[in-house]
Design a protein around this ligand. Structure first.
Ligand SMILES: [Zn+2]
Ligand SMILES: [Zn+2]
Length: 204
């Protein structure tokens, strides 16, 4: 098994995990974990993901409040142009101390009963997730947190700009670049007649 500190996502939190009321600032760049979106909309594995915030210790564990920024690639759903921009998400995550439920631990960032506990502690924030501390509270591993957070925040209907006009449904021309473009039905018929005429005259 790989050592925790060798993980590119491991953050040493031993000094804040010792007692409540401590705070450790984090301002670091991590490689994007695999599995965030796909080729159409996603974050490339290994891309720079910045995490700026702090770990604050409370009685039961550590709270991470952070702003996560990652370069998301996407395709405009209207004009199909590639979009490449930084996506920023604010997260609040809870890293409970292991020994509180040492008997029941196992598995990472479980979708288990623990989350309910967290809701009670946090009060209201439904975006909060729980992740395990490793090696007796010495390390917080951000891999699962980054993946979960970014997957959740990927744009479903990305647009290159809010008022993108999209493509002409008849010929596919980009209406952003050709704002006055439109088809007149009589033009189309006329064009067809012209083509016929050219054929008849042997011009092809
Ligand atoms: Zn567009
Ligand atoms: Zn058109």
């Amino acid at each position: 098994m790989a050592r925790t500190e060798d993980s590119p996502w491991a953050v040493s939190v031993a000094q804040v995990a010792s007692r409540p009321g401590q705070s450790k600032e984090i301002d670091a760049t991590f490689p994007a974990p695999s599995g965030i979106g796909d080729e159409i909309v996603g974050v490339d594995e290994g891309a720079d993901v910045s995490v700026v915030g702090s770990f604050d210790s409370i009685v039961d564990g550590l709270i991470l409040n952070a702003r996560i920024s990652a370069p998301v690639h996407a395709e405009c759903t209207r004009c199909l142009k590639p979009i490449q921009r930084d996506w920023t998400v604010n997260v609040t995550s809870f890293f409970p101390y292991e020994d509180k439920s040492a008997a029941g631990k196992g598995g990472k960032a479980g979708k288990n009963g623990k989350e309910e506990e967290v809701d009670i502690i946090a009060g209201e924030d439904e975006a909060e997730d729980t992740y395990p501390l490793l090696d007796g509270g010495a390390w917080a591993d951000l891999e699962a947190l980054l993946r979960d957070t970014l997957v959740e925040e990927l744009p479903l209907q990305p647009l290159c700009k809010p008022d993108c006009k999209g493509l002409c449904s008849q010929c596919g021309i980009d209406l952003n670049e050709n704002p006055d473009h439109q088809h007149d039905m009589t033009d189309i018929r006329f064009a067809a007649l012209e083509g016929l005429k050219a054929k008849l005259e042997g011009k092809e």
